[in-house]
Design a protein. Structure first.
Length: 223
């Protein structure tokens, strides 16, 4: 099976993606090849017997493009149940790319983008963010995202926190009129003061967790 062959190749080249911590309560990825094949065959038979599609338990790289892998692992849950578990893996992160989220400020105003996200087919108010481009540092990626999404560069860029694979920044922008790009699904750019930004968060108008996390990290840093 091609998807499983690619999966084993990914496992060999990037073992960090398949680590099983030696702790109670984890979701254990089954990585031993023969055990994986045996359990998958058993589950396929069980699926077929109860009217489920056997391909629902196909393990491996289910799809890929230049941006990410869609992978289904065979896992053992803490209660002993065995089943498939799907996740997406950024290809850029495997080449050293670091994702960034930037809280951009101009004077006493914070910039927010109204961005359409294909995953949910919905609009979100959010800070500029993006996957890391391999070969660029996190700081370089942050500057690149600002230029691409608001057409302004920062005069000051401060790291306020990080999460695995993502660095969060506070950016003081140079003067100029923010411009939304023609090649991004960005409808408008809104400028808010900090009180208004907090009201938007607490009222549920801002629901993008990257944006909320960036603001929390900024607040923690300033406190």
């Amino acid at each position: 099976m091609a998807s499983l062959t690619k999966y084993f190749k990914l496992m060999k080249e990037h073992p960090q993606l398949f680590v099983n911590p030696d702790e109670e309560g984890i979701i254990r990825i089954i990585t031993e090849r023969e055990e994986l094949r045996r359990l998958q065959a058993k589950l396929k038979k069980e699926y077929k017997e109860v009217g489920k599609k056997p391909e629902w338990i196909d393990i491996g790289i289910l799809a890929e493009d230049q941006w990410e892998y869609i992978v289904r692992d065979l896992v053992e849950h803490p209660d002993g149940r065995i089943g498939g578990y799907t996740r997406s893996i950024s290809r850029a992160s495997l080449k050293g790319g670091i994702g960034v989220v930037v809280m951009p400020v101009q004077g006493d105003k914070v910039l927010l983008l109204k961005h359409f996200r294909h995953e949910t087919r919905s609009w979100y108010w959010e800070f500029p963010r993006g996957f890391g481009e391999p070969g660029l540092s996190a700081e370089e990626n942050a500057k690149k995202e600002l230029l691409e999404e608001v057409a302004l560069s920062p005069k000051r860029l401060v790291e306020v926190g990080s999460d695995p694979g993502t660095v969060f920044y506070y950016a003081e922008l140079n003067e100029g009129e923010p411009q939304k790009p023609a090649d991004e699904a960005i409808q408008k750019i809104e400028l808010l003061n900090l009180d208004e930004l907090e009201n938007w968060i607490f009222s549920g108008q801002i629901t993008d967790w990257f944006t909320i996390m960036a603001y929390i990290m900024y607040k923690r840093k300033t406190l």
